[in-house]
Design a protein around this ligand. Structure first.
Ligand code: GLY
Length: 584
């Protein structure tokens, strides 16, 4: 009998525990690092320890850790449905912050795969070196692999075998990857071992452009990542990840009512999207037109369009993963409620949208966006349901951004038949008078976020916001209740800014510039080249109080806002707090 995925996960963690690693639970899919939208790797929650290893002794009682981490990569969303791509996946990893380096890391990986799992390594890769960043060919890894009897060792470049940094900077270094054969005889990259030798204080793109100065970390570190789905495929001797026990039982229960769409591809998309949705919702994400919420909305709508929008599939995910990820079990009701609400909201518009899609001869960027705006059909749905369309995702995204700019100016538009004159997803107003109120509340919401970060720390970041003429509602990541004294302090800071009449400026700049200025942002992956940044500044001293990437609208002076009052602080979901507040 092959091992189940649950057994594999357990075996991995026990293997490293027996070798002096502290097993750490998965962090949320919404990372503490505000410069990254979602958690894409196991190392993210450990980033600070690479520069400060002694903190690991204090936090984990060890400089070596291991985890099974929930990850989400939006870059693969258009590929989902083939044999190997996923949005959500689980990453097994072992990490060391100055505890051990290449020799031990490669030996552990070799021992785990070949001895514990009984898997044959097909080949491995090593870094070929790059002079311009001062990193030589990784001969050390080559000789370690050779000493273990591995003969097929291939040299690869920066694109493939140099990891990091993530976000706006951090640890990075060369990697060695391990490939094994699946049942179809394909070589699959199973495990990536990263040797964090360097620290780079900027985004990866800067490093790739070569205008880089790599600083050596005072203590070298290890960061490895192995997709559980791929490991299960190899270990269970399957041809693709969907044949493993992680997916096969789920896929068997999926029936797509539209006969023409009842394909393997559609079932895989649904299986992936349902699983990802359940995990996102249980980490506090809610469908919206922005940021992570927009990603969730697209996943859920695609599922509904295929006719798989009953909640039984979500329940199955809760049952399948609830033992290892209790947040899924604990949020069972939240998950169902969010799904029912989103499905109900979308289902009527969807039917009309699909009819319209069928009737349209030619789908260009404008038409595709109109189908999204009027009926909520995401780009990928339009693509799934039409053989050929004349629009790429980039063109669609451009329309999307153009539209956000228009609604920022308060142009009249209707969305979903609400008769609203302003609806950016975040701000909603029915009359000109309401537009003025929500604009004031919007600026106040930026001030609230900045004040929360001053009082509670940088771990606070936006998880959602919803502004009506009655109030602003702001959700943010924070692990505990905010005390009344802290709330008073936050309120006091905001009111101080309002009294002092700070200025609010809008500037258009590149995403990189905005990131470098430290602008807070809620939505990363799909930013256009040019973004708008709102800065609230003390006129007298020039001090920046708040800076966020945002579509607006905002007031120009904070004294237009009136008095700020926090009405309520409560839990929104696991690790997420919610504040309601008013102005005036
Ligand atoms: N951080 C290593 C990986 O994701 O491959």
């Amino acid at each position: 009998m092959p091992m189940t995925s649950g057994e594999i996960r357990k075996k991995f963690l026990e293997f490293f525990k027996a070798r002096g690693h502290a097993v750490v639970v998965s962090s949320s899919l919404i990372p503490d690092d505000p410069s990254v939208l979602l958690t894409t790797a196991g190392m993210q929650q450990f980033k600070p320890y690479y520069s400060n290893p002694s903190a690991a002794d204090a936090d984990f009682g060890s400089r070596n850790t291991a985890s099974a981490q929930k990850c989400f990569r939006t870059s693969d969303i258009d590929e989902v449905g083939d044999e190997s791509h996923l949005t959500f996946f689980e990453m097994l990893g072992n990490f060391s912050f100055g505890g051990y380096f290449k020799k031990e890391a490669i030996r552990y990986a070799h021992e785990f795969l070949t001895k514990e799992m009984g898997i044959k390594i097909s080949y491995v890769t090593i870094f070929e070196g790059k002079e311009s960043i001062g990193v030589p060919k990784d001969e050390e890894s080559r000789s370690i692999w050779q000493s273990l009897g591995v003969v097929d060792i291939r040299e690869e470049s920066m694109d493939d075998v140099f990891w990091g940094p993530t976000g706006l900077g951090g640890p990075c270094g060369p990697t060695t990857e391990i490939y094994c054969k699946n049942a179809a005889g394909q070589d699959i990259e199973v495990w990536n071992l990263v040797f964090n030798e360097f620290f780079f204080p900027g985004p990866r793109d800067d490093l790739l452009r070569g205008n880089a100065k790599l600083a050596e970390l005072s203590q070298k570190g290890i960061d490895t990542g192995m997709g559980l789905e791929r490991l299960a495929m190899i270990s269970q001797n399957k041809k693709n990840i969907f044949e493993t026990d992680l997916f096969a039982p789920l896929i068997q229960t999926i029936v797509i009512p539209r006969a023409d769409k009842n394909t393997e591809r559609a079932k895989r998309i649904i299986a992936d999207h349902i699983r990802a949705s359940a995990f996102l919702i249980s980490d506090g994400v809610r469908p919206s037109n922005k940021g992570v919420g927009y990603i969730l909305r697209r996943l859920m709508r695609r599922v509904l369009v295929y006719g798989a929008g009953d909640t039984s599939l979500l329940h199955r995910i809760g049952e399948q993963y609830g033992d290892f990820y209790p947040e899924l079990r604990n949020n069972k009701e939240n998950i169902t409620n969010v799904a029912v609400e989103e499905y109900t909201k979308f289902s009527r518009a969807m039917k009309r949208g699909l009819d319209e899609l069928e009737k349209s001869d030619r789908i260009d960027a404008k038409k595709a966006f109109q189908l999204y705006e009027s009926y909520g059909l995401p780009y990928e749905v339009i693509k799934d349901f039409r053989q050929s369309i004349d629009v790429t995702r980039e063109q669609f995204d451009k329309e999307f951004i153009k539209h956000q700019e228009i609604s920022r100016a308060g142009a009249e538009k209707k969305f979903g038949g609400h008769g609203l004159i302003l609806d950016t997803g975040e701000l909603k107003a029915g009359t000109e008078e309401e537009v003025k109120i929500v604009t004031r509340l919007h600026t106040a919401t930026h001030l609230l976020q900045a004040a929360l970060r001053k009082v509670l720390g940088e771990e606070v970041h936006q998880m959602g916001s919803d502004i009506t003429s009655e109030r602003t509602r702001f959700d943010f990541s924070f692990p505990r209740k905010v005390t009344p004294a802290e709330l008073k302090e936050v309120e006091g800071i905001v009111n101080d800014v309002l009294k002092k009449d700070y200025t609010v400026d809008r500037q258009v700049m590149s995403y990189e510039e905005a990131a470098k200025l430290g602008a807070l942002h809620f939505f990363k992956e799909k930013y256009p080249k040019e973004v708008s940044v709102y800065t609230v500044r003390n006129k007298a001293t020039g001090e920046v109080f708040s800076r966020e990437l945002c579509g607006g609208p905002h007031v120009t002076h904070t004294d237009e806002i009136g008095e700020f009052k926090i009405l309520k602080e409560e839990s929104s979901s696991a690790g997420v707090r919610r504040i309601r507040a008013t102005v005036g």
